[in-house]
Design a binder for this molecule. Structure first.
Ligand code: ADP
Length: 223
């Protein structure tokens, strides 16, 4: 039984979804002079939209939840505040997914207040409609049931966190693991498989952080 609903997203799907999103923006007749990527998730979609819509100007804003003890805190913040003057420009704010919508709302309000674009619209590849506090002006896919989309640009980060969570929880019953047992349990927990280099690098990181120790090909959980 899968414990966490995860959907693996490929680079090919990202390109296809970005084409679809670009088409919707074009069909609506919106012609932004600048794209603003929300760091970090919006970077790849924003870059592809620049290509598919023929837009040269790309800037970014980092809107992030403070993470405390591996928990999402309530408040999102703008990191690295800076000023640009967009008074004469139409802008498009781009993110990968609108989940709660909090970070995109924060970025939108900051941009309108501080950068003062002539117009600002929001685009995202995906919109989780039942939980989002905001509906983007443009989206490619509406998601009706919450899942974690494992995008190709966060694969190592996600696999590391997934393994950490799984091994910590499973350590109540089992502290010593063979590599192949870890992989089998990962597939059972998350219902996805990734290339071997991701598991290996993630395990190396967890050893470096002191969560795991490796002795004679056995991984020992240190919690
Ligand atoms: P928002 O809802 O405004 O996107 P969140 O804090 O919920 O704000 O999400 C911030 C970022 O976290 C997203 O842009 C995305 O990169 C990542 N993220 C959030 N939810 C998911 C999800 N369900 N699947 C994959 N990535 C997600």
């Amino acid at each position: 039984m899968v414990k966490v609903p995860v959907r693996l997203v490929s680079w090919d799907e990202i390109v296809k979804w970005s084409w679809g999103l670009a088409k919707k923006i074009r069909q609506a007749g919106y012609n932004p002079g600048v794209i603003i990527a929300i760091a970090r998730g919006g970077y790849v979609p924003a870059r592809l939209l620049c290509d598919f819509l023929g837009i040269e100007n790309l800037i970014s804003i980092q809107s992030q939840h403070w993470t405390e003890a591996a928990k999402k805190s309530e408040r999102a913040i703008i990191k690295f505040e800076y000023k640009v003057n967009l008074e004469n420009m139409k802008a498009l704010l781009v993110d990968d997914i609108i989940d709660t919508g909090e970070s995109v709302i924060l970025a939108r309000d900051y941009i309108i207040r501080e950068w003062k674009p002539k117009e600002l619209k929001i685009a995202a590849l995906q919109w989780i409609s039942p939980v989002a506090k905001i509906k983007p002006d443009f989206y490619y896919l509406e998601v009706k049931e919450w899942v974690w989309f494992q995008y190709p640009w966060t694969r190592l980060e996600d696999v590391t966190q997934f393994l950490k969570r799984m091994l910590t929880e499973e350590s109540k019953n089992k502290k010593e693991w063979k590599y192949i047992e870890i992989i089998r349990k990962f597939i059972e927990w998350y219902g996805i498989e990734v290339d071997e280099e991701y598991y290996k690098e993630a395990l190396r990181t967890l050893i470096e952080k002191g969560l795991l120790e490796k002795r004679d090909e056995i991984f020992i959980v240190k919690v």
